[in-house]
Ligand binder design. Structure first.
Ligand SMILES: Cc1cc2nc3c(=O)[nH]c(=O)nc-3n(C[C@H](O)[C@H](O)[C@H](O)COP(=O)(O)OP(=O)(O)OC[C@H]3O[C@@H](n4cnc5c(N)ncnc54)[C@H](O)[C@@H]3O)c2cc1C
Length: 455
């Protein structure tokens, strides 16, 4: 059996790991090859994101060591402090404490690169076949498999092709024509700054922050009438200088990522110049000024000081993630684009890989396909089950994220007041279990449960 994975972001790597792990005992000569258009691994690339307890749970299933390293270097973030731009604290939103989700470590703020690098290290250790600088241009179903064509003119045949090629997925375009990711009309900009860039008056009293505290959180999210501003520590290793990620999101008609720094500065200053922190000071504009200065002085030589521009995309909900014969599948952002405000992009992408690999292994065993070398039925059923299991969960998270995104758009005077009132009331009564359905998900137990009701 030959499997091709297109893309080696977090969903591609996770799928590779679990397919290798669950299929090799059944089909010792299974061949899995991942193709990536970047010419080298994307070490150190990307901004920061929230890694939810369910994502950490899945990463722990890949490797306890990788999980421990991610936990030790990221920032545990049990709560978000919600404010409005007029200096009012609206309340604390539970994000996922280690006690609520034992064994996972709870919600962690981290750099995307660190998570990717830890998983990549596991794959390199298991001798994964990854070919860089190979851009897939087409996937074409043939009678006895799928042909995968590359920009360099090469083509290979596979029994199964997994599209883990992100928002603008080529595999999706080829196998599910008409379904496209579209610009959401929101753009986020942000960078990483040292803790010294956060005005002292805006920080909680204790640094390092005690995540068990219920009084405050150093992860702060401020909502205005013309956008959103957030900041959070992203590391916690004793001895390391504490660094913060900040990000500002607002409506825009421009989805370009190459915006001149002068234009970024103009927009940020215009948006945040009057935003007030609870202490009455204009702390946010101070963070912005520091980051702009840092970018102007060092972005050319030090990528970590660069301000990144990330347009947000949304995608219509897909009917299925599998072709009818189960030979072409989508995972991660190619199947369900998760905007940053979902906080679930990496976490759901890694669950997809586990679920599919387990379902395929189950079907191969059940149909005795390894003996007959006829994988047709196993592929068709595993693909169908994969959609059946993943779609309701992914659709729900996408719907919640779409609602959260609308709060970052431009609001009228009346809409702003309504939001602050209802959000404040909600935060007053919200229980710690609010995140349980998504964050408390244990992917291995869920697959087991699902398969109990199948032949
Ligand atoms: C370099 C990078 C930086 C990121 N930084 C952030 C961030 O700061 N904040 C955030 O919220 N999210 C970020 N993301 C997105 C986040 O990682 C994903 O939303 C989430 O992990 C789901 O990942 P995915 O594997 O489905 O897709 P992705 O992470 O987008 O990975 C898709 C992979 O497929 C490759 N690929 C695409 N097309 C082809 C093709 N035709 N042929 C071969 N390979 C192809 C891409 O190069 C990429 O490596 C980043 C993604 C990348 C690739």
């Amino acid at each position: 059996m030959k499997i091709v994975i297109v893309g080696t972001g977090i969903s591609g790597l996770t799928a590779y790991h679990f397919l290798h792990r669950f299929l090799t005992p059944l089909i010792p000569d299974v061949e899995i090859v991942a193709y990536e258009s970047y010419s080298t691994p994307s070490i150190g690339i990307g901004g920061t994101l929230g890694l939810a307890p369910n994502g950490l749970y899945t990463i722990k299933l890949i490797s306890e060591e990788a999980h421990a390293k991610i936990l030790a270097s990221g920032f545990p973030c049990a709560k978000f402090e919600m404010r409005n731009s007029k200096g009012k604290v609206l309340g604390l939103m539970p994000a996922g404490s280690p006690e609520r989700y034992p064994g996972t470590g709870g919600e962690v703020m981290h750099s995307r690169a660190a998570i990717y690098e830890e998983i990549l290290e596991v794959l390199e250790g298991q001798g994964a076949k990854i070919q860089y600088g190979k851009t897939v241009t087409a996937v074409t179903p043939k009678e006895d498999g799928v042909e995968v064509s590359f920009a360099d003119g090469e083509a290979v045949m596979a029994d199964l092709v997994i599209g883990a090629d992100g928002i603008k997925s080529t595999v999706r375009k080829a196998a599910f024509p008409g379904v496209e990711a579209r610009f959401e009309g929101l753009v986020g900009v942000g960078s990483v700054v040292p803790a010294s860039a956060i005005p002292k008056c805006d920080l909680p009293k204790e640094i390092p922050y005690d995540y068990k505290s219920t009084k405050y959180s150093p992860t702060v999210m401020t909502f205005g009438s013309n956008g959103f501003f957030g900041y959070s520590p992203i590391n916690s290793k004793p001895g390391d200088e504490m660094r913060y990620q900040w990000w500002s999101t607002a409506e825009s008609t421009d989805e370009s990522r190459n915006v001149p720094i002068e234009e970024i500065e103009r927009q940020l200053v215009e948006r945040h110049k009057d935003w007030i922190s609870p202490n009455g000071e204009k702390s946010i504009i101070e963070i912005v000024k520091f980051a702009i200065q840092q970018h102007k002085e060092a972005a050319e030589t030090d990528r970590t000081k660069k301000i990144l521009v990330l347009p947000n995309y949304y995608m219509q909900i897909m009917d299925r993630y599998n072709s009818t014969d189960g030979r072409i599948l989508l995972m991660g952002d190619s199947a369900h684009v998760m905007p940053p405000h979902s906080g679930q992009g990496v976490s759901l992408a890694s669950e997809d890989g586990y679920v599919y690999a387990k379902l395929l292994a189950h079907e191969i065993e059940r149909t005795k396909a390894a003996q007959s070398k006829d994988y047709k039925d196993a592929l068709a059923t595993a693909g169908k089950y994969y959609t059946e299991m993943r779609k309701p969960r992914n659709d729900k998270v996408m719907a919640v994220a779409a609602r959260a995104g609308s709060q970052k758009k431009t609001l009228t005077w009346w809409q702003e007041r309504m939001r602050d009132f209802f959000f404040g009331m909600f935060l007053r009564f919200v229980s710690e279990g609010i995140q349980d359905p998504v964050a408390g998900y244990k992917v291995d137990e869920q697959v087991e449960q699902f398969l109990k009701n199948k032949p």
